[in-house]
Design a protein around this ligand. Structure first.
Ligand SMILES: Cc1cc2nc3c(=O)[nH]c(=O)nc-3n(C[C@H](O)[C@H](O)[C@H](O)COP(=O)(O)O)c2cc1C
Length: 140
């Protein structure tokens, strides 16, 4: 099992309808390809965790890079993991406040690819539990 965590910026403001279209498309593809994960959105910024087989995620990331709806993709993690954190979600989604998004950024590892070990480092673990909390809690 593998995960990729990345952040990006929307190229244009996305309406609720745009986000819903994106999400439905992502979920149906992910379900077919054994991908799970979570996506948070705040004021034009995305952070996403995708989990699945390494080659499947690499192919998805290539498509994400070419998607004109967002830009400035920055990969924070790309590594083997012992288990999924979002196994029940083909793509959990949560719009969050700017403060919540800033909080997430604070959990990012100081250096990208800080660790390639499948055991979650402290920063990875905190980021994932924060994402989990956000997707299971309403906007604060
Ligand atoms: C922020 C963001 C997150 C996305 N997440 C996913 C995803 O989890 N799974 C997925 O299949 N597509 C996702 N997409 C859509 C892909 O970028 C792409 O449009 C889709 O996979 C269809 O690709 P294709 O038109 O080359 O077939 C996402 C797009 C954006 C902008």
């Amino acid at each position: 099992m593998h995960h990729i965590i990345y952040g990006s910026r929307a190229t244009q403001p996305l309406s609720d309808d745009d986000l819903l279209t994106l999400l439905l498309q992502a979920r149906s593809h992910n379900q077919l390809h054994g991908i799970s994960g979570a996506l948070v959105y705040s004021n034009g910024q995305f952070m996403q965790v995708i989990e699945g087989e390494e080659e499947v995620l690499a192919a998805l990331y290539e498509r994400l890079l070419r998607d004109p709806r967002h830009t400035q993709l920055v990969k924070y993690a790309d590594k083997a993991i012992a288990e999924r954190s979002f196994s029940e979600w083909s793509m959990a989604f949560q719009p969050v406040s700017e403060a919540q998004f800033a909080g997430l950024l604070g959990y990012l590892p100081a250096r990208h690819f800080a660790s390639t070990a499948p055991e979650l480092g402290r920063a990875d673990g905190l980021l994932l539990s924060m994402m989990k909390e956000l997707v299971s809690e309403p906007l604060a």
